[in-house]
Design a protein around this ligand. Structure first.
Ligand code: ADP
Ligand code: MG
Length: 657
């Protein structure tokens, strides 16, 4: 029969900077199942170091450690964690209870890492009864005395029904009355068949043990059993415990993941203010992504609406080459359009909905003692609807007025401002190139198109403009509204054939040109897209900054909870368990930040559209994108802190101050 624990010439040396401390210098000892061992010695003699190696919290630098004959060198770190969870229960001088959890949750904590099914509520209550604290199950550790806390720690050590209990100065922080209570519990456990290995430097505590190992300067100087105590009889089959599978346990198995979720939630709530501040960056980032994209989408939609009102199926036909710097433009090279052309084009009924002639010129407008140069547009009746120029203040021309060459004018807002200031121009008489006109309307504001002020215009009937003001008998251009956007190309071909025939132009003669609005539309759309992209990337940068904030706070959290991590590892958490716990937490933070951010973003968009009158349009895609992105940020920026936490050695983490 192989001994339960066997150390052969074990050494352990600590390195602190330049200096080395030889804590263990050749320890050989065998401990059998069912023993109650006290390790004694002066402070610094290596008692804790020995216990930690026996409990797999630490590994020897040199020498052999065999458990039931199995060399622990063959076990990976995670497998050792599994053994700690399955076989060992730890009781520390400092209790190491997790402050945020209730007593009951503390007791059942090792089960998170056991991979077993169930909530273990019943079992944890039973263990608490064993140490006389079942009435305190809902309390937190802070509400308990030192002695009670140590009893909770013992209950936790028992929850996995371990073969061995390791206790490092379990009464070191307790008064004598509480010490006696604790020792009674250990004695009872030993009587129930547990192996107890305990470090102490007090003789009356050691007196409970059946075997006392005394250490000095890293070696065992004495090892004696109390009189009448034989080496316990080893029960047959008792040495067979399964190391297989101890290290394997899927992260998603049996509610482990939901356990981590609950703990992450708890930890976020425990630091409400800090959690909120740390997600603020994500919140602002997501909110601005949503709002910016809504703004961009809104601008695009408004632009398209405007283009539609301008007429997306509009053609403009102009005399002269499309090439502004064309090679030769000899006399007669420019086609001159008249009303006959308009009638011809309008007669293409299946393709053309409307056609209107326009003549342009520059004029001088005088009102009272003010005068202003502006561009004149002579318009036909249909121009108003085709180019969305029907006045909102005043009225449009009638067909009759246009035919009769009436001297009526509709002026743009820039002209109104220059000539009338804030007084009402309707019904007033202005002079256009020294001819009197009556103002009957104000053209709807259109803003700038490139460098050109579209509101610096005056519109008068096309006939009046040709024959009375500009003295020309031809039109500058013809606007054609095509019956449907799909017919634009067809209409272009038909119209140019018509014009060539009527003006007897040869094929390839470019003395006129036809443009459509789709080119302009394309250009405008790409401009708004660039703008959205720009706004979006600014918002994305703030998300990135938010992510760095999360990383920072997670690093703080890992440092702050180093001892918690140490404890979790001591009771059997594997690397992935710790990593997942912290990842869940950081993703929880960023997702909740993202969620609030989405709401805030939608709110901001609504406020912008309401108060500033800006067009906004929240798209579901931006909401999905922002949320997914914030989750990814949680993973990405949480990964490093989580890894850092997972890589901690249980022992060093436990000793961290
Ligand atoms: P004991 O428990 O008997 O008081 P320890 O086993 O804790 O003694 O320590 C033995 C020696 O090793 C001491 O000199 C102590 O300072 C040193 N030591 C223990 N742990 C560490 C460590 N993690 N890093 C550096 N030195 C350590
Ligand atoms: Mg010690």
């Amino acid at each position: 029969m192989k001994p339960m624990l066997q150390l052969v010439d074990v050494h352990r040396t600590y390195q602190i900077g330049e200096s080395t401390v030889q804590a263990l210098r050749g320890v050989s000892v065998t401990i059998e199942r069912g023993e109650f061992v006290a390790i004694m010695g002066a402070s610094g003699s290596g008692k804790s170091s020995l216990l930690q190696i026996l409990g797999l919290l630490d590994n020897p630098d040199k020498g052999e450690f065999l458990i039931f004959g199995k060399n622990i060198n063959t076990l990976t770190e995670d497998e050792q964690a599994g053994v700690r969870n399955n076989v060992a229960g730890f009781v520390f001088q400092q209790f190491h209870l997790l402050k945020r959890m209730s007593i009951l949750e503390n007791v059942r904590l090792p089960h998170i890492y056991s991979g077993l099914k169930g909530d273990f509520h019943q079992e944890a209550t039973e263990r608490l009864r064993q140490v006389g604290l079942e009435a305190r199950a809902d309390h937190t550790p802070n509400q308990l005395s030192g002695g009670e806390q140590q009893r909770v720690a013992i209950a936790r050590a028992l929850i996995r029904d371990p073969m061995i209990i390791f206790a490092d100065e379990p009464t070191g922080n307790l008064d004598s009355k509480n010490s006696v209570e604790i020792m009674k519990i250990f004695k009872a456990l030993h009587e129930q068949g547990k192996t107890v290995i305990m470090v102490t430097h007090e003789n009356d505590i050691a007196a409970y043990a059946g075997r006392v190992i005394t250490m000095r300067d890293g070696v065992i100087i004495n090892d004696e059993r109390r009189e009448g105590l034989e080496i316990p009889v080893v029960v047959a089959g008792a040495g067979e415990f399964d190391l297989k599978g101890a290290g394997k346990c899927s992260l998603w198995q049996d509610g482990r993941f939901t356990g981590f979720m609950a703990q992450a939630f708890q930890s976020i709530l425990a630091n409400k203010m800090r959690s909120f501040l740390s997600v603020l960056g994500i919140l602002v980032g997501v909110a601005s992504v949503i709002a910016m994209m809504a703004l961009g989408e809104g601008a695009k939609a408004a632009m398209q609406e405007q283009l539609k009102s301008m007429g997306s199926n509009m053609l403009s036909i102009r005399g002269g080459s499309a090439k502004i710097h064309g090679a030769s433009q000899g006399a007669g090279a420019v086609a001159r359009f008249t009303f006959i052309d308009i009638d011809d084009i309008a007669s293409l009924r299946t393709l053309v909905k409307n056609a209107a002639g326009v003549i342009n010129g520059n004029v001088r407008i005088v009102y009272g003692n003010k005068n202003w140069s502006s561009s004149l547009t002579g318009v036909g009746f249909d121009y108003g609807t085709m180019r969305a120029s029907i006045p909102t203040v005043g009225r449009w021309f009638t067909r009759e007025e246009i035919q009769k060459r009436d001297k009526l004018a509709i002026i743009g807002v820039t002209v109104v401002k220059e000539l009338f200031g804030s007084s009402n121009p309707l019904g007033k008489t202005i002079k256009i190139n020294r001819i009197n006109f009556m103002v009957i309307g104000i053209a709807p504001a259109k803003g700038f198109s490139g460098p050109q002020d579209e509101d610096d215009v005056v519109m008068i009937p096309v006939t009046t403009a040709m024959y009375r003001v500009l003295g020309k008998d031809y039109l500058s251009s013809i606007f054609v509204e095509v019956a449907s956007p799909t017919l634009i190309e067809q209409a272009k071909i038909a119209i140019s054939e018509l014009i060539r025939k009527r003006h007897r132009l040869k094929e390839g003669d470019d003395s006129f040109n036809i443009r459509d609005m789709t080119e302009i539309q394309k250009m405008l759309t790409s401009t708004t897209q660039t703008m959205s992209l720009l706004l979006g990337s600014i918002a994305a940068i703030s998300l990135l900054v938010g992510g760095i904030g999360i990383m920072n706070i997670m690093l703080v959290s890992v440092t702050e909870r180093t001892r918690e991590i140490g404890l979790r590892k001591a009771i059997g958490a594997r690397k992935n368990d710790i990593m997942l716990q912290f990842l869940v937490e950081s993703v929880g933070l960023t997702i909740s930040g993202g969620f609030i951010g989405v709401l805030a973003g939608i709110g901001v968009s609504l406020i912008l559209s309401y108060f500033a009158g800006w067009a906004v349009k929240t798209s579901p895609i931006s909401v999905v994108l922002a949320t997914t992105f914030s989750a990814l940020i949680g993973i990405f920026f949480g990964l490093w802190p989580a890894r850092k936490a997972a890589e901690l050695k249980p022992l060093e983490a436990l000793r961290y101050e």
